[in-house]
Design a protein around this ligand. Structure first.
Ligand code: ATP
Length: 260
């Protein structure tokens, strides 16, 4: 991996980019995954590359939904494995969720490589490699292939970097879909029950922290968090945050003052 100096003003962003490129070189991130990452980077810039308040509220609701579910599953693709394998494993352990590989550009080799990355990060079991034998109806992409003991029977599914079609298909099957997507305008964001508009690297630990804190809450308290959650409002608030940031830049000026 290219050595990026820690002092670089965009260190964190460049490091993430290198991780995704590395995943591509190792054969588990799809070529289109590089483009998806670029789209994500753009929206991360717009939200200020930090967790904004609406994303924190969505992470809280996500934790409540996971704690209330019987069979939670975290769906993992190449980009998520490259950027946040350990964070997936931590959330899975706290929320007693299963981990399943699910790929748009599926090859058995890529699925296996992602499972290996997750296992090296501490996952005890990874579904969706040899057992992706069930089909989600209404889907034509390779993402329709799921594990019968994972996504097929899950009641809640965490879907980082998802595509809209599958989100809709999972909703139609009656599952609670928790999306992690930096683009508040994507079909995924708009079709999910709960959308955490944040980088997967920040969203996963935020959800894990809420799960840790809320484990001792009783079911009615968790249900109250969920029923007071309104995803449409959260997405509108997210767009309002972006708009405010842009308005401020227009008001205060945008160029960097390099010589003062
Ligand atoms: P849809 O079908 O939902 O409209 P799309 O066509 O934009 O989605 P993809 O091209 O699969 O879907 O892109 C995946 C999404 O993942 C993009 O919306 C992108 O903003 C988001 N994304 C990329 N990198 C990250 C990241 N690190 N964390 C969170 N989201 C990300």
């Amino acid at each position: 991996m290219v050595n990026i100096p820690r002092s670089h003003p965009r260190y964190e962003s460049l490091l993430q980019r290198e991780k995704v490129i590395e995943g591509f070189k190792k054969g588990y991130v799809a070529l289109a995954g590089l483009i998806a990452h670029g789209r994500g980077e753009c929206f991360d810039y717009l939200i200020g590359e930090k967790t904004i308040e609406p994303a924190m509220k969505a992470a809280e609701a996500a934790a409540a939904a996971l704690l209330l579910s019987e069979n939670p599953v975290i769906s993992v693709n190449g980009n998520t494995a490259a950027l946040a394998a350990e964070k997936v494993v931590e959330l899975a352990e706290e929320a007693r969720a299963k981990i399943e590989v699910n790929l748009f550009y599926r090859t058995e080799e890529r699925a296996k490589k992602i499972a290996d990355v997750l296992k090296r990060a501490g996952a005890k079991e990874v579904l969706g490699v040899n057992d992706a034998v069930a089909m989600i109806p209404e889907l034509e992409s390779e993402r329709r292939r799921v594990s019968p003991s994972g996504i097929l029977k899950a009641d809640a599914v965490v879907v980082p970097l998802e595509d809209g079609d599958r989100t809709e298909a999972l909703r139609k099957l009656g599952k609670v879909v928790i999306a992690i997507d930096l683009n508040p305008l994507s079909r995924t964001s708009r079709a999910a029950n709960i959308t955490v508009v944040d980088n997967v690297t920040r969203a996963l630990p935020n959800i894990t922290n809420f799960v840790r804190r809320y484990k001792t809450k009783n079911k009615s308290e968790l249900r109250r968090i969920l029923t007071s959650y309104d995803n449409d409002m959260i997405l509108r608030d997210t767009i309002a945050v972006i708009k405010r940031r842009l308005d401020q830049l227009i008001k205060e000026g945008i160029t960097l003052d390099l010589f003062s």
